[in-house]
Ligand binder design. Sequence first.
Ligand code: ADP
Ligand code: MG
Length: 259
Amino acid sequence: MTLRADQLTLSLIPGQPVLTDVSIRVTPGKVTALVGQNGAGKSTLLKALSGELTPEQGKVTLHDKPIHDWEGQDRARLLSVLPQQHALNFEFRVEEVVTLGRYPHGTGHQRDKQIVKEALALCDLSQFSQRSIDDISGGERQRVHLARVLAQIWETQPEGPCFLLLDEPTTGLDLSHQQALFKAVQYFARREVGILLVVHDLNLAARYADQVVLMHQGHIVAQGTPDQVFQADTLQRYFDLAVTVQRHPRHDCPLIIPD
Ligand code: ADP
Ligand code: MG
């Protein structure tokens, strides 16, 4: 019971594959960090996993059923996606945006209201709930969208574990809210949610991810625990940057320092 991609090849321009033979499994109960340079294919892989893009080869399955065979609302109860860019054309209040995450569920007004309240509190947004989404800072807006996608997978589902795909969720967040985001993500992982998130801060990935997947030019070039993937020679090769990798002085994880 998982969300998985098998041997995906996908081109956005004919003859120029953006993903080549990519296989990945989003494991329930685990936080998987997807890392790699700009243009490596991370967002494209997330879009293929969510069914937004269709690969020309390979397949994506959610709980053993092809992603495109799922009816939209059924799929949305199990799979929640935070894209890199958000398009909202209406002047919603913060609370209304988070309530959008409850639309696939038939849990009723009272229960939805409660979940929205809890999701807002978790993302430190309670004081903004009545504010227009246009009248808050960029980082606060990012947290509103995070609260929305968390509200969407707030409760366990009879069909099996839920999945959360987050594309650069820490963009615009200050240091303490970055830490809070990863703590929230770990909390959901403990409730058997499978999480795949794109992150550029390798030290955040090192500390909070159970698994790391490294992409380079449309290929997965390394995967494993942070200790396995974050080796100095691997990082030098795929990020084109000399780094020193040490033990973190306070936590049981590697610490990556650019030279
Ligand atoms: P990442 O998220 O890892 O930075 P993307 O998956 O967004 O990378 O993009 C992978 C590659 O596909 C890049 O070379 C990018 O320029 C290209 N690309 C992205 N979107 C499009 C598009 N709509 N049409 C053509 N090429 C695209
Ligand atoms: Mg991207």
